[in-house]
Design a protein around this ligand. Structure first.
Ligand SMILES: [Zn+2]
Length: 130
């Protein structure tokens, strides 16, 4: 994506007072919701330029290229901006597990009558994604 196209995307995004926007990652294959993290302007630019999903780590206060330490990379298929521009949806090819716990998705727990239960559709990723 060239710089003028990136500028048009940036103009459509409403960053919050901290300069951040929530970004949801969804699996291109199967549509599973994988995780939610934050992007700032620089991470969004880097994501669009490189095709690798880059977040902003609020805990480390640094750009976080997903997979650089874990190997669990996210390759961007499509970036969508929601109706009012305050949430992003990254449709990705996920290598291995999206969650740092090793689960395929961060959303592997569900609220049920007993309190919390494991969501049976969200099994830890057992595939060999080497
Ligand atoms: Zn997680």
């Amino acid at each position: 994506m060239d710089d003028s196209a990136i500028e048009r995307v940036l103009a459509a995004v409403k960053f919050d007072a901290q300069g951040l926007v929530p970004a949801i990652a969804q699996a291109h294959d199967g549509g599973e919701v994988l995780m939610m993290a934050w992007m700032n302007r620089d991470s969004l630019i880097e994501t669009l330029k490189s095709g690798r999903v880059v977040y902003w780590s609020r805990s480390r206060q640094a750009l976080w290229r997903k997979g650089d330490t874990s190997g669990h990379e996210q390759h961007l298929r499509e970036l969508r901006i929601d109706c009012d521009g305050d949430t992003l949806l990254a449709i990705v090819d996920q290598t291995g597990a999206a969650c740092h716990t090793g689960a395929r998705t961060c959303f592997f727990r569900k609220a049920d009558v007993a309190g919390l239960a494991e969501a049976e559709t969200f099994r830890p990723c057992g595939h060999d994604h080497a």
